[in-house]
Every structure is written in C-alpha cells, then in structure tokens.
Design a protein around this ligand. Structure first.
Ligand code: MG
Length: 261
C-alpha cells in the first residue's frame, strides 16, 4: 500500500471553480489513513491562497502539504541565485507574494532585473512584454513557472502560462533557462523531500498525460489518471509509453478503492 498520495488540483479536485462530486469526502477519508499532498503547476496563487481556495471546496490542507509552481520558482531562486535578487515578473499576485516571502525578491517593474519569471498573467499587457524583453536582452535569467499551453475552465480552455511565454520566446529567440512546473520533476522532488518520502512509496493523481503522468512515471511514482479533466480514455491509447498511467479512474473519488486504502 502507498504511504502518500499527491493530487494535482485543477481537473482532479475541481474543474475551474466547479466541484467534482465525491472528491472532498474521499480526500478527508484518505487523510485519516495516508499522507495527502497537493501539487499544481498554477502559479497565480500562493500556498496560503490555496489553503483558502481548497477550503471553499471542503478540502482541508496546510501550507506545508501544498506545492505550487509559484512557491517552486521562489525556492529555485533562493537555491540557485540567492536571496534579495531583483526579479521582473510576468504573473499574478500569488507568484509575487511567494517570491517576496521565500526568496525575499525585490520585484522590479522596469529595467535592472537579474531574473525574469514568467507565469500565467491574466493582466498581461504589451508594455509588460516590452519590459520583460528588455531585461532578457540585457542578460537576465529566464524562468518559466510552467509550460502548460492551456488553462482548463468550467467549459473549454483559456491560454495558459506556456502560451503567454511563447511571445517572449519568439521575440527574444531565447529558450527558458529553466521550467519549474510539471512535467519537470523539480516540484515533486522538492515536495517528496520535504515530507521524507520516496517516490515508490507514493502515488500521483493527475488529469494530463504529457504533464502529470509523464512526471509521475519519470520519478517512479504510481501514476493514476482521472478522466474528470483534460485527458480522455481514447488519448491513453495514442500516448507514448512515458505518458501512460498505471491506473485509469473516472474521478478522484475512486482513488482509495483503486489503491486498496
Ligand atoms: Mg490538472
């Protein structure tokens, strides 16, 4: 039996702002038996924002149980670049909050940044792109929160962080120096380390093949695909071996049963 289950959030616990039936009840049942952790590529919220957001859906979680690409970016900057660096951000308040809190970053609006961090930014303007480009052209490090092409909504999709970043990639001719979010294993490695877990002791539950299942398989976790989000059953057949799940479920409400918990 696994000792921990890590849940992706959007498309697994909820879709946009819509509940997925039976999931909160299943999460609280599992929390009595194993470690339950949460990991999302979304960089628009801080971990403390997510504690409140999950509570709206009836899911109890503490900050230490949540890993986001906003916190991951801050953690990475702290490790690789150090504290109090000047950072230019394409992204929302949650990302800025984590950068200021965890990396003591100094957020700059114009020139002079040592690092440009790009995440989902629903207030993106041409001016922001122009300033980011200027910093990148002056040699700032280029970090991506995640490369997700789309963001799931209650119905359909909106442009994701990867789509936002593609403008900068095209304009500067530079590839990001690092991408923090899944399918990179940076976030899951950190989360498992923080909870003293080995990948073989844990399962990952996600809704995207080329993002969630690829990451889970790459680190050696049990990979569980739920069909409540992006991937559909027919997509699994066409996926490469690296992206195929160990287990397929209609929703996260069935995770305990499938894992014998
Ligand atoms: Mg998802």
């Amino acid at each position: 039996m696994v000792q921990a289950i890590v849940f992706d959030m959007d498309g697994v616990l909820y879709r946009g702002s819509r509940k997925i039936m039976g999931v909160p009840e299943e999460i609280s049942r599992l929390q009595e038996k194993v470690a339950v952790l949460f990991l999302t590529n979304n960089a628009t919220k801080s971990r403390s924002d997510y504690v409140k957001w999950l509570a709206i859906f009836g899911i109890r979680a503490s900050e230490s149980e949540i890993m986001t690409s906003s916190f991951g970016c801050a953690h990475y900057i702290r490790e690789k670049h150090g504290l109090k660096r000047k950072v230019f951000v394409i992204g929302e308040q949650g990302l800025k909050d984590e950068l200021m809190l965890e990396a003591k970053a100094r957020i700059v609006e114009g020139k002079g940044a040592k690092i440009v961090v790009c995440g989902l930014d629903r207030g993106i303007t041409y001016k922001k792109y122009e300033n980011a480009m200027e910093n990148l052209s002056s040699g700032a490090a280029f970090m991506l929160a995640n490369s997700d092409p789309t963001l799931p909504k209650e119905r359909g999709f909106a442009p994701g962080s990867g789509a936002i970043a593609s403008v900068l990639i095209t304009a500067t001719g530079r590839k990001p120096d690092v991408t923090i979010g899944k399918p990179s294993t940076y976030l899951i490695d950190k989360l498992l380390q923080m909870h003293k877990l080995k990948p073989q002791e844990a399962a990952f539950v996600g809704d995207r093949l080329e993002i969630d299942m690829r990451m889970a398989n790459a680190v050696g976790m049990k990979s569980v695909l739920v069909l409540s989000g992006v991937a559909k059953r027919k997509d699994v057949k066409n996926a490469p071996a690296s992206d195929k799940p160990d287990i397929i479920l209609s929703s996260a409400a069935k995770v305990g049963q499938a894992l014998g918990i």
